[in-house]
Structure formats: structure tokens, C-alpha cells
Write a protein that binds this ligand. Sequence first.
Ligand code: ADP
Length: 423
Amino acid sequence: MPLTKDGIKYVIGSLAHPLGGTLAERDAMLWSSVCDTYASVKIELPEGATREQFDGVSKIAKQSMDAYALREGVRLESFIIEYVNKGGTVVHTARFGAMAGASGAGGASGGPTQSEKAGSAKPAGEKQAAAESKPASGGHTPIPGLKQPERAVNARHIIAVGAGKGGVGKSTISLNIAVGLARRGYAVGLLDGDIYGPSMPTMLNLASLDAVVHRGMLQPFLTHGIKAMTIGKLVDADKPLIWRGPMAHGAFKQLTEQTEWGELDYLIIDLPPGTGDVSLTMAQTLQLAGAVVVCTPQKVAQDDAVRAAKMFQQLQIPVLGVVENMSSFVGDDGKVYDIFGRGGAEVMAQKLNVPFLGAVPITMSLRRNSDSGDPTSNFTPAKDDLAGQRLAKAMEDLVTNLEGQVALAGVRGGSGKPTLTIS
Ligand code: ADP
């Protein structure tokens, strides 16, 4: 049986409140959310609650949730507890499992992480280097006339993913970057900023979930170890989304700023294809670490990608790198076919003087996992799934390269980014 929101509410609500009675009796069990085996709750503890009290409740909550999951025949992969005060502000976060490793507003993470246990967590020193190298400015200086970005989202690194045109796999790459980073222990948000054609409801299998507003804030969907928000769950899915400039601006700004992200290590933004209103809004309202450009190997796709890269540079957003998606086709037997002639994006990146982040092959499993909303499977192929193994390696390499470029962009503080004359 799957875990349910009500089941979680019941389990956590029955726990003892530090002041006596149960959390439910004291109306302290505020909110719960679940997708597959990823669960999260919001609990209100009284003002002045001590670290011991947070830890005590977290420990027993985790044990109870594990027991609940066991009863239902599943294993709890990720469990997040956000403690809020009366005003609804998150004062402490405890994370267990896939999203663990990044501390919440209150500081501590809740316990050993699965990734640490599995030995796949980032070496502490490396992770710290990436963390420390981020400048306070967010890595770029706004051009005159652009509104100085406010700190609208509490994320250490905000990365936009763009493409010159649709259908090149921009959403696929955004999602897998987000999941890949989360699997390394980072707290990751994914914003489906493709307001004209949101695809995250499908790619994250959000069909059965409703968008929840709590205390005036949209609650992100907690799934596959990430926090995701998409306009696709807020509007009629069957109606085409036609936004004019100012509406697109408003929709994007609202989605970004009115989602309760909590404290994030990374916020990945899947932009609409092409160049336009949303990118401009984003540059004006958010402090970006940089942008990733996705393209396919064909020449025409690269011409579009060059335009996208130049747009970012015009907006003073450093281009962190280029990803070549659908680089080759890998059959189920593991054999590689260069359908479009791969390597074009790498050459393009060299010409633009921006890093090449990696090549992702076309695989049946990636398409299948995207359609069924199961990105985690891209990282956990069966031993005999040769194409899946190549895909997982490509995704991991991509995430590693991106982490490196984010750290470098931080060190450069925007001053060392390549310059281009736009005519
Ligand atoms: P975009 O966001 O650029 O419009 P999507 O990420 O939505 O593109 O991808 C379009 C379609 O191509 C989706 O069905 C997706 O599953 C599929 N796709 C993308 N990249 C790959 C790949 N490397 N291998 C197999 N299918 C892919």
C-alpha cells in the first residue's frame, strides 16, 4: 500500500508534544505531503523550543514513519520535517534519506543520510569548497537599467536551464540535474518555468497530487528527493497557456517567489525555449549562479543554442556550460549509434568559449522513465541494462561537471566570465 497524507498525519499527530498531549491534540501537526516513498511534514513547536526538543521529536517521528512504511510494505526513502513558528516561518529542518545533507533554516540536518551510508555522498572537502566559493553577490553584476535583484529565494545557487528551441530535452536535462544533485545530498528545488508548456507534471508523475497552499504560500511537491513547482498543476492542463509579456512576467515571478522553497542548495529553473520575457524577468528578479544551455548535435539546433547563450550573456548571466542531449543513440545491447553526428555541441561550446558539460545519449529507458515520471531510475539502472548504465554515467558526469562550474563561477565572482560582443 502506498503511504498517504492522512496516514502520515495520523502517525505524526499521535506523537508526544514536548508540552504534553499529542502533536494532533495541540494542533501542532500542520501539514503533510507524500509522493511514493518521499514524505514531508510541517510541525509547529512552541517558541523557544530547544535543540534537544527538535531532535527528540525528529528521532521519534523518523522511527514512527519507518514503522508505518514497513507496515505498508515500502521503504521510506526521504523524510523531511520542517518546524515552523506561529508565523509559519521555518525555524528548523530535519532531513532523513535522499535529501539529507543540507541543513535547514535552523541549522542541523536530521541524521545520517542514505547517500552517506551508500558511500555516494560528495567528499566533505569538495562539497565545502563548492559551498564556500559562492560570492555573496551571486556571481554576476546586473547591467545598468536592470532592477537590482532582491533575495527572493533562499537558494545558494540558482541555475537556469535554457535552449534555443523546444524539444531538445531541456526539461529532461533540468529534471535530471536536479535529481542528480539531490542524490548527492544537496537540498534542491526545481522550478518548471516553462510556463508555455510545462512538462513536469508528467515527468514527475504529479497527476494524483494537488497543489497545496499553506499560509499563503504554494507548497512544492516533494518527489524523487527534490522540491518541485510547476504551473502545470495550477492551471487547466488541457488548455494551451497563452501568456502575453506582462502576464508571463507575473506568472513566473509568482511561481518563484510564492513557493515555499525553504533553504535550498540549488534551485534549477527550467526556462521556456527561445529567448524572451521569462528569461528577462528571471535576470531581473533572481541572483543567478549561471545558465546551462541544452542543444542537440544538429547544426540548426546549435545555431539556436548560440542565440540562447548570447542572450544569457547579454543579460550578464554567466553561461556555466553547454549540454549535448540526444548525442548518440544507445541500443539495449549497449551499442552506440551516432545518428546526428555527435560532438557538434562541444565544438560550439569551444567557439563560444564556454565549458562543455557533457553528452547525454538517447536511450529507450530515459524516454520511458520521463513518460512514467520516474527520473530516479535513470540513476539506478539494472546491472545488465547496458544502455541504462551508459545513461547513468552520462548523467553523473554531467552533474559533476556542473558542480565544478558552479564552484568556479563562484570563485570568479562573475569577473572572469567570457566576454562577447553582441551585434
Ligand atoms: P524540451 O523541454 O526541450 O521541450 P523535453 O525534455 O520535454 O524537451 O523532451 C522532449 C521529449 O524527448 C520527451 O518525451 C523526453 O522524454 C524525450 N527525450 C529527451 N531527451 C531524451 C534522451 N536523451 N533520450 C530519450 N528520450 C529523450
